[in-house]
Design a protein around this ligand. Structure first.
Ligand code: CA
Length: 217
């Protein structure tokens, strides 16, 4: 999943940024509204984490302009304990959820997964494909009832493919969900993860569609 983090507090921002990367997602961290707007103009995000007080304006104004433009990207607002009225205004302006600062990173992760699930095309987090049973929310996977361990990046690639199950997913889309803006991406990274997944899950599990991308039937 590719996340846009908008937060001007360096300590909090860098903790959230590192945590999201460790969970296997790509994240772009912006500290001002104008930077965030630029990122939104050029990139499709699957989730926005939005601080409300920013040096060049109110986070709520960004949220309102997104919704006014019919952009339905999931938004979680982050607010201080005493900002009840602002929180309500946020939810009324189209925020999907909120987190009260300071929040536990485990709680952040639970919200991230919940929002991702709500918007993914995978109806249920439990998926059975041939001899595999996959629980996307718990990140657990069994093949013939035997547990198989995946790394967080392998999960990210698998989740990206499963969300569009049956469709051909372009290599660039898989890369997008893995890496942050400007981060170094080895040109064969996706091939490497796909090949690891095939080793673990079966060589026919992921189909390569030449010069188009990858597919899980
Ligand atoms: Ca702030």
């Amino acid at each position: 999943m590719r996340v846009l983090l908008i937060e001007d507090d360096h300590v909090l921002g860098s903790a959230i940024n590192d945590y999201i990367i460790a969970e296997g997602h790509g994240v772009d961290w912006m500290k001002r509204l104008d930077e965030a707007q630029l990122a939104l103009d050029t990139t499709n995000y699957e989730l926005i984490l939005l601080d409300l007080g920013l040096p060049d304006g109110r986070g709520l104004d960004l949220l309102k302009s997104l919704r006014a433009a019919d952009n339905q990207v999931p938004v979680i607002i982050t607010t201080a304990q005493d900002q009840v009225a602002v929180r309500i205004e946020g939810l009324n302006s189209g925020a999907d959820d909120y987190l009260v600062k300071p929040f536990d990173l485990g709680e952040l992760n639970a919200r991230l997964s919940a929002v991702a699930r709500r918007y993914s095309q995978v109806a249920a987090p439990q998926i059975t494909i041939a001899d595999l049973s996959i629980d996307l929310s718990r990140k657990s996977l069994r093949k013939n009832s035997k547990a198989i361990i995946l790394t967080s990046r392998e999960w990210a690639v698998l989740t990206c493919l499963l969300r569009k199950r049956g469709a051909i997913v372009a290599k660039a889309d898989i890369e997008n969900s893995l890496y942050a803006f400007g981060a170094e991406v080895a040109s064969n990274a996706v091939e490497v993860y796909v090949s690891r997944l095939r080793k673990k899950l079966g060589k026919d599990f992921i189909t390569t569609i030449r010069s188009m991308g990858y597919q899980i039937e």
